[in-house]
Design a protein around this ligand. Structure first.
Ligand SMILES: Nc1ncnc2c1ncn2[C@@H]1O[C@H](COP(=O)(O)OP(=O)(O)O)[C@@H](O)[C@H]1O
Ligand SMILES: [Mg+2]
Length: 618
């Protein structure tokens, strides 16, 4: 499904106090790294700032012979060194400068390394925690969330959105602070050196800020557009790769290619639009900084000639101005990081804030051990979306150990009944009772463990056959797994497949036939020996031999437990203690096969039209 862009692509502010507070709380376990990184970063900025001063000092020292004639009053950088108790003119000045340069470079190197290490540790830690939290959250979320949200979008929360936050923690917050420190340091040094020249240096800032603002707005809009377009490319690819079989079967390759070319082209155009801003922005800043440096040369050079300033001081100005403009350019990039991170965190928090409505009550009733397995629906009403009632007052009762078969046309509400019994959703009216107690009074986790479930399409996970039967439960004895497999008729498969129980299944049970996958699901249910069995029979037909194996498996699995079966097989239906005929969310008929045939109603028609033929085919 194509993602709806408007929800996905809102890019708000770059700084949202409410979100920033929560983001900081995520980093709280790593606050030592964070504060350490800030300290180290300030030291590193300091070391960085020293280098132009040292160059200036060296130049002035080398040209000091000429300078003395012109008058010692010229403004230079000596003052900074005297401030730290170093007199460069007292001999060994050059050695001092060289040693200090190396020392500062060493500091910068070590501090930078430590800072990157610490911020990355923090970023990775936050990412790990966040992914763990989101995954845990998704596991206990209402099934309804998955009805509303495309899987692709939830994946984006866990991947891209979390990555955006990592960038914020590794190169956002701390680096931003470093930039601010460097900028402030430069402003202080330059104004100390020469007020007029400093003013000239910073005059160029106005046009720079204007260009940056223009870029920021344009880049934001185009960035948003690029995201919309790439989301469409992703959605299209996801659909067409999963559905490749259908595409090939219907010979739709050319059409799919054509449609892909369109979304792909839209993405290219969006990117080219955004590149326009980048292609103007960086050269424009380079140009402006060149103008700024030209002004420094013009005024500063004049001052040197007039003997009011040392050559070293002008060189220092040039170097500082270069260092000043750089973080400004980075700043707009950081702005993008911030903005993306805010948007991502907004979406992540929104997901995390969604409280599940299917939860345990404060004082849950503990189900009897073993569960008797008495199931009843009392005038149950239900709608997935408000105003569209899917179940319109369904009532029935299944005594412990009995089997009820639900039959009816597609869309009648059969699977919905199972969903309510499992408490994947809560009823909108009436009650669902298990052992005489409303299911809402149990802890859903406690309740579900008494249920065995085999649903229409079998979902197998990556792992071995044994893993899928035990469902990665290390407590389950191997003998039990094997027994369950043999009982449902997986024996021949286990004998044939290399590795037997330990045969690796690829994603979603690739390598097994539809029938074999169903049998694995039966074994999974049987191995747990549940009191209540829920079966939504698959409608896909299998070969007659597999069909007989499955019939036997169904019989075996249902034996002795309360069973609610959405039945398509005549054999299952005939064997049921009671058949409920559903139509448009209502129970229209109820009775045994013989009774309902005698009634000559809906069921009799269904039997004549469908079930009899299926019996003949099998
Ligand atoms: N998750 C859902 N969200 C909204 N409507 C749903 C959902 N699942 C099923 N429905 C609707 O509820 C009705 C009954 O569906 P279902 O119980 O699956 O029917 P059956 O299993 O009898 O074929 C159908 O009209 C279907 O479109
Ligand atoms: Mg169904």
């Amino acid at each position: 499904m194509a993602e709806t862009p408007h929800e996905e692509e809102t890019l708000g502010k770059a700084f949202e106090p409410r979100l920033v507070r929560r983001l900081f709380s995520l980093a709280r376990p790593y606050r030592r790294y964070a504060s350490g990184a800030v300290v180290v970063l300030l030291l590193e900025s300091f070391a960085q700032l020293a280098s132009p001063l040292l160059t200036a000092a060296a130049i002035d020292l080398l040209f000091s012979k000429e300078k003395t004639g012109a008058g010692g009053a010229a403004r230079g950088v000596d003052g900074f060194f005297r401030f730290f108790g170093v007199d460069l003119h007292a001999g060994h000045g050059i050695e001092w400068i060289a040693a200090l340069s190396i020392l500062m470079a060493t500091f910068a190197f070590v501090f930078m390394m430590v800072m990157v290490w610490w911020t990355s540790t923090m970023g990775q830690g936050v990412m790990f925690d966040l992914r763990t939290r989101i995954f845990a959250h998704l596991q206990q979320a209402d099934i309804a969330l998955y009805d509303r949200t495309p899987v692709g979008r939830l994946m984006t929360r866990l991947t891209t959105d979390v990555d955006a936050l990592n960038e914020l923690f590794t190169s956002g917050f701390v680096a931003l602070l470093g930039d601010v420190a460097v900028l402030a340091g430069i402003v202080a040094i330059l104004f100390t050196l020469d007020t007029t020249l400093a003013a000239i240096t910073f005059a160029i800032l106005l046009p720079m800020l204007w260009v940056t603002n223009w870029f920021r707005k344009g880049a934001r809009d185009t960035y948003r557009d690029v995201r919309v377009k790439i989301a469409r490319v992703n959605a299209f690819l996801q659909e067409h790769i999963s559905g490749i079989g259908i595409v090939q079967l219907f010979r739709r390759e050319a059409v799919a290619r054509q449609r892909f070319a369109e979304v792909n082209d839209a993405h290219r155009k969006a990117n080219i639009d955004s590149i326009f801003y980048y292609s103007v922005f960086y050269p424009a800043l380079d140009f402006l900084s060149a103008v700024g440096m030209g002004s420094i040369v013009w005024y500063g050079g004049g001052e040197v000639i007039r003997g009011r300033m040392t050559l070293g001081a002008v060189v220092a100005f040039l170097q500082y101005s270069k260092r000043f403009y750089r973080p400004l350019m980075d700043l707009s990039e950081k702005y993008n990081i911030l903005q993306a991170a805010m948007a991502s965190s907004e979406r992540i928090f929104q997901l995390l804030d969604e409280r599940p409505s299917i939860t345990a009550p404060e004082h849950p009733v503990v189900p009897e051990e073993p569960l008797r397995g008495d199931v009843a629906f009392e005038d149950v009403r239900f709608s997935y979306t408000a105003g569209e009632e899917i179940l319109k007052g369904v009532s029935f009762h299944v005594e412990p150990g009995r089997t009820v078969a639900l039959v009816g046309a597609t869309g009648a509400g059969k699977s919905t009944i199972l969903n309510l019994l499992l408490r994947f959703y809560d009823v909108t009216g009436g009650r669902v009772l298990v052992d005489g107690t409303d299911v809402r009074r149990y802890d859903p986790v406690d309740l579900r463990k008494h249920f065995g479930i085999v649903l229409q399409d079998t979902f197998l996970f990556t792992g071995t056959i044994a893993d899928n039967v035990s469902f990665f439960d290390p407590e389950m004895a191997r003998a039990r797994i094997e027994e369950a497999c043999l009982e449902v008729g997986l024996g021949p498969l286990l004998a044939r497949i290399p590795g037997g129980l330990d045969a690796k299944l690829s994603e979603r049970g690739g390598g097994l036939s539809v029938g074999e996958k169903q049998l694995v699901a039966f074994a999974r249910a049987l191995a747990r020996d549940p009191r209540v069995l829920i079966l939504d029979e698959a409608t896909s037909s299998v070969d007659p031999e597999t069909e007989r194996t499955i019939e036997r498996a169904v019989e075996r699995v249902l034996a002795g437990r309360t069973s609610i079966v959405v039945a398509h097989r005549l054999s299952t239906i005939v064997r049921a203690d009671r058949i409920l005929v559903l139509s448009h969310g209502e129970v229209k008929e109820s009775g045994t096969h013989a009774e309902l045939l005698a009634e000559d109603g809906l069921y009799a028609r269904l039997y004549a039209l469908q079930l009899k033929d299926r019996e003949a085919a099998a």
